[in-house]
Design a protein around this ligand. Structure first.
Ligand SMILES: NC(=O)c1ccc[n+]([C@@H]2O[C@H](COP(=O)([O-])OP(=O)(O)OC[C@H]3O[C@@H](n4cnc5c(N)ncnc54)[C@H](OP(=O)(O)O)[C@@H]3O)[C@@H](O)[C@H]2O)c1
Length: 265
């Protein structure tokens, strides 16, 4: 074993949803720590630019198509990934989507889209990749949650249900697969500016409101997640499983604080 507990050289990480956003943040951090990457997206061509970037870091990459709402696509991707690389050490279940609507306006279709992508998709990708991990008696599975894994937000009913589910699913899978040498944890980011929430960041008033409620007084920056993802992917977290690690500037603990301070002050 390397003396550097955070060294990922010789390991392969598969990340779902690497065409943009947090999936690419996670990819950069894992590649810098030494991991080779399997990149996935519904359209393979959207991975081309990131593939070049990862190769420039000196890592090998494989790009595969994956639609996490399609069971056959998950099985195809998992078989191909394992055929190409042999062993997948790390899985980051990142692909996801969101629909913001008042609860009274949420349709059956909205609910299915968000839950099928975020929760059902994460489960079946984990299952498909864990089969190989069980055979190798080693694996690090990191499910991406959110602050909504531990708290509610108006207008985010289906999303919050999916992220709360991810947290619970993480605990169940950790219990199920620990005996096979697999750890399963949930990394729950706070607010990071990506395509998923760009519209909200265009509203300066909203950014000010958000910033006031974050104890560390700023939204997340792209590399704020690096330490947590490398920790959960590496030997450093070998005795940690079933946990949810919030990387949110403290908003999940301080949401009420700003309101109370305003009233008092
Ligand atoms: N941004 C935040 O502040 C934040 C905070 C907490 C949690 N999260 C979660 O972190 C993850 C990444 O968020 P993001 O902000 O980076 O979102 P994003 O910019 O919208 O990226 C979402 C990624 O998921 C992929 N994806 C969506 N539906 C898919 C499907 N059916 N099959 C396969 N891939 C699919 C997309 O790939 P293609 O469209 O190319 O297929 C894309 O790469 C999401 O699960 C999100 O809910 C985000």
């Amino acid at each position: 074993m390397s003396e550097n507990l955070f060294d990922l050289n010789g390991q392969v990480a598969l990340i779902t949803g690497t065409s943009r956003g947090l999936g690419q943040y996670f990819g950069r951090a894992l590649a810098r720590a030494g991991a080779d990457l399997i990149l996935t997206s519904r359209k393979r061509e959207t991975l081309a630019e990131f593939e070049v970037e990862v190769k420039a870091l000196g890592r090998r990459t494989v790009s595969l198509e994956l639609d996490v709402r399609d069971y056959a696509s998950i099985q195809r991707m998992a078989e191909e990934a394992q055929r190409i690389v042999g062993q997948i050490h790390i899985l980051v279940n990142n692909a996801g989507c969101n629909i913001r609507k008042p609860a009274l306006d949420v349709t059956w279709h909205d609910w299915n889209l968000v839950l099928d992508t975020n929760l059902r998709g994460s489960f079946f990708v984990a299952q498909a990749i864990a089969r190989g991990m069980v055979a190798h008696r080693y694996g690090r599975i990191i499910n991406i949650g959110s602050v909504t894994s531990v708290m509610g937000y108006a207008g985010l009913g289906p999303y919050t249900a999916s992220r709360g589910g991810i947290r619970q699913l993480t605990m169940s899978l950790a219990d199920d697969w620990g005996r096979h040498g697999i750890t399963v944890n949930c990394l729950a980011p706070g607010w990071f500016k990506t395509a998923q929430n760009r519209v909200m960041y265009e509203d300066e008033g909203w950014v000010e409101y958000l910033t006031e409620r974050i104890p560390l007084k700023r939204p997340g920056a792209p590399d704020d997640l690096d330490g947590a993802i490398v920790f959960l992917a590496s030997e450093a977290s070998r005795y940690v499983t079933g946990q949810t690690l919030l990387v949110d500037g403290g908003i999940s603990t301080g949401a009420m604080r700003a309101t109370v301070a305003k009233r008092e002050g």
